[in-house]
Design a binder for this molecule. Structure first.
Ligand SMILES: [Mg+2]
Length: 422
């Protein structure tokens, strides 16, 4: 059900960030001490990093200088990482290989595609749908992305509207000029993949609804909408994101909100997801843990990774996600089982990981220098919750374990905590 409360992650509510900053600063100030004692190098590593990309390593196409310093610390003399690192981004309209190549050229060392998690990467785990005929929504290299994820039989929105020209009727210019022949040889669609925000929202919203209401046969009409409806997998629930504009831009979370609202209004029932992925979903962190484990095996490190440090710039996705995963780890350890909320695999996963620590940096979305907030609470109003409907709001999950200026300070903080040489 929809969650309420006050949140979270964007410049439109700077006061909330500031409040979080003040809270977390009680644990450790925003600027770290330099020149602390250097301990002996420890090998093999028992900790790893989950690094966000935008706002932590880069801003647009520009490298954040602190990231270069951070990698200088993280690489050994052979140019290899001294500890396992996974890059976790909520971007999705690109290819994993392309992102790895981009990072490699920006930072001057080899980043393997298996070190990069896009918002939809955990869809690789949903093999039960990989042979199904799936309608795919988004933009960029959509079909290629779906295939990389394992989906062998995908239908694009354009293919669907070409097969059924009478469905897409909002844009007068795109309506058929003549009465098309209705076809009945189009194989039924068996599920929906929502990889990222599409370009023509009215077309995608209409056709996805048509597929759900017709049980995958949009050329027909059903008297009653089937429920539960066809499986829907979605990635990236970010409501808004920051680009060059002063105000935030619509993210894929806004598109999902539209779809959920339309479905609820039309059918009286709730749109359900088989999986929601991308930060802050637990699935994404479980997947990151798998990739950390893979790196450890490839490097021949024998010690299991016990601690993860998640560095990000967005309190809603990076801090909330890391803290929720930490909670999950504690619960799994305590109860031996993991009953997760939306987006969870709901299965027990043996894991050596004991903790996931959130570290918030000030080089992206979050800034401690934001002007004094317009505190909605002070005006007697309830601030808006920007998280997804299926993620329950918990104010404690917004509080970072540490706030530092940049990713270089984050690496220094972790190395010091772990007794590693800087
Ligand atoms: Mg970011």
């Amino acid at each position: 059900m929809a969650s309420r409360g006050w949140v979270l992650a964007f410049r439109s509510v700077p006061g909330v960030w500031r409040r979080v900053a003040h809270t977390a600063a009680g644990l450790r100030g925003p600027c770290l001490r330099r020149g602390y004692a250097i301990g002996p190098a420890q090998s093999p590593p028992t900790f790893g990093f989950l690094l966000d990309i935008d706002g932590v390593l880069v801003r647009g196409h520009r490298v954040i200088p602190a990231a270069l310093e951070a990698f200088h610390r993280l690489l050994n003399s052979q140019g290899q990482l001294r500890v396992p690192v996974v890059f976790v981004t909520n971007a999705g309209n690109i290819l994993q290989d392309g992102k790895a190549q981009e990072l490699s050229s920006l930072f001057g060392f080899k980043v393997d595609p298996d070190q990069v998690i896009l918002s939809h990467s955990p869809m690789k785990l949903f093999s039960q749908f990989h042979s199904k005929r799936m309608l795919v929504s988004g933009q960029g290299p959509l079909v290629e992305n779906a295939q990389v994820l394992g989906f062998q039989n995908v239908v694009t929105m354009d293919e669907l509207r070409t097969a059924f020209p009478v469905l897409d009727m909002v844009d007068l210019e795109r309506r058929p000029k003549t009465t098309p022949i209705l076809r009945n040889d189009f194989p039924a669609i068996e599920g929906v993949l929502l990889l990222g925000e599409p370009v023509r929202w009215e077309t995608s919203l209409q056709l996805i609804m048509d597929v759900l209401l017709s049980n995958g046969n949009p050329g027909t009409g059903l008297a009653t909408a089937p429920y539960p409806h066809l499986p829907v997998l979605a990635s990236n629930t970010d409501l808004l994101w920051m680009a060059e504009a002063k105000m935030p831009r619509f993210g894929h979370g806004t598109f999902l909100l539209c779809l959920e609202t339309i479905y609820q209004k039309v059918t009286g029932k709730e749109l359900r997801y088989e999986g929601l992925m991308g930060k802050p979903s637990i699935l994404t962190y479980q997947y990151a843990e798998d990739l950390i484990r893979l790196q450890v095996e490839r490097r021949g490190w024998v010690a299991p990774i016990q601690k993860l440090y998640a560095v990000g710039d967005n309190p809603m996705s990076d801090v909330y996600g890391a803290n929720m995963f930490h909670q999950y780890l504690q619960m799994a350890k305590r109860e031996g089982t993991a009953e997760l909320g939306a987006g969870g695999l709901k299965k027990q996963r043996p894991s050596a990981t004991q903790s996931c620590t959130s570290i918030l940096v000030c080089t992206g979305v979050y800034s401690p220098k934001d002007p004094e907030p317009m505190e909605p609470a002070q005006r007697g109003e309830e601030p808006p919750f920007h998280g997804h409907r299926d993620f329950n709001f918990s104010p404690g999950l917004m509080e970072a374990s540490h706030i530092v200026n940049d990713v270089n300070e984050a690496v220094q903080l972790v190395f010091r905590k772990e007794g590693w040489a800087l």
